[in-house]
Design a protein around this ligand. Structure first.
Ligand SMILES: Nc1ncnc2c1ncn2[C@@H]1O[C@H](COP(=O)(O)OP(=O)(O)OP(=O)(O)O)[C@@H](O)[C@H]1O
Ligand SMILES: [Mg+2]
Length: 243
């Protein structure tokens, strides 16, 4: 298994004020377990606030867990929802891409080669892109750049948190197909997060349906969509017109 998560928990405590008693914690992640096989995609789906991003942030190393365990067997990188927010507007694309290579101490020539490689993988012309700034690109192009940034380190695992949610439906398909092609070419393992059931169905081998910090149902994408077992999964599916 490339990702193994066991009984993961993260509670957020809101301090109300000096004299008022502390309120009940928000149980953002409340005992989540799942595993992801090499080269496959695990889709995490559920309504806003159910804890998806919190799981992603813990597995990305941005946030400390409170309890439970997880292991990640390979180099991982992340792609987030909002490519405008996550790309530094004052840096040109080459700077953005090569920044994450600094920690791995590659030579300038190697860094340049890696950036060219990553941009080609996301179907952008390196020569026309590297010295431009994020605002000079469309939303879809920015998301390709965000994916390229994740690829420069040659990860084996990508954690993708709502990677197409900020994009027009017409642009989404291009990015999703690109992610699928990359996965096949590089045997990448994906944790794919979305509130959009259709997008998750398209991308995932296995789906975990999350509600209030827990995975209420976990099965193959086929099973989840053809014969959902949990009432909450059915409610989610019924809310999507085509299901
Ligand atoms: N840093 C934080 N401090 C306090 N509460 C937080 C923090 N981060 C998240 N939460 C709370 O934890 C819960 C889960 O949030 P999370 O961002 O993981 O949800 P999500 O499933 O990603 O939602 P969305 O689909 O809207 O992105 C929410 O109730 C949120 O308000
Ligand atoms: Mg989120």
């Amino acid at each position: 298994m490339m990702i193994e998560v066991t009984d993961l928990k993260k509670y957020f405590y809101k301090r109300k004020g000096f004299f008022s008693p502390s309120s009940d914690p928000v149980k953002a992640v409340d005992g989540v377990s799942f595993s992801v096989e090499k080269g496959s995609t695990f889709g995490l789906v559920g309504e806003s606030g159910c804890g998806k991003t919190t799981v992603a942030r813990i597995l990305s190393g941005i946030l400390e867990k409170d309890a439970g365990r997880f292991s990640i067997s390979g180099k991982r990188d992340m792609v987030f929802q909002d490519p405008f927010g996550s790309l530094n507007p004052r840096m040109h694309i080459y700077g953005i891409l090569s920044e994450s290579l600094k920690v791995s101490k590659v030579s300038p020539a190697e860094a340049r080669a890696r950036c060219v490689e990553a941009l080609e993988l996301v179907n952008l012309d390196p020569a026309g892109v590297m010295d431009k700034y994020p605002h000079q690109f469309s939303g879809g192009e920015r998301q390709r750049i965000a994916i390229a940034r994740a690829l420069v380190n040659r990860p084996e695992i990508l954690i993708l948190d709502e990677p197409v949610s900020s994009l027009d439906v017409s642009i989404q398909a291009g990015i999703l197909n690109l992610l699928k092609d990359l996965q096949e070419e590089k045997s990448l393992t994906y944790l794919f997060i979305s509130h959009d059931l259709r997008v998750v169905e398209f991308m995932s081998d296995t789906v975990g349906v999350m509600k209030n910090g827990k995975i209420v149902e976990c099965a193959s994408a086929k099973e989840i969509y053809s014969s959902p077992k949990h009432p909450y999964t059915r409610i989610l599916l019924e809310a999507v017109p085509s299901f």
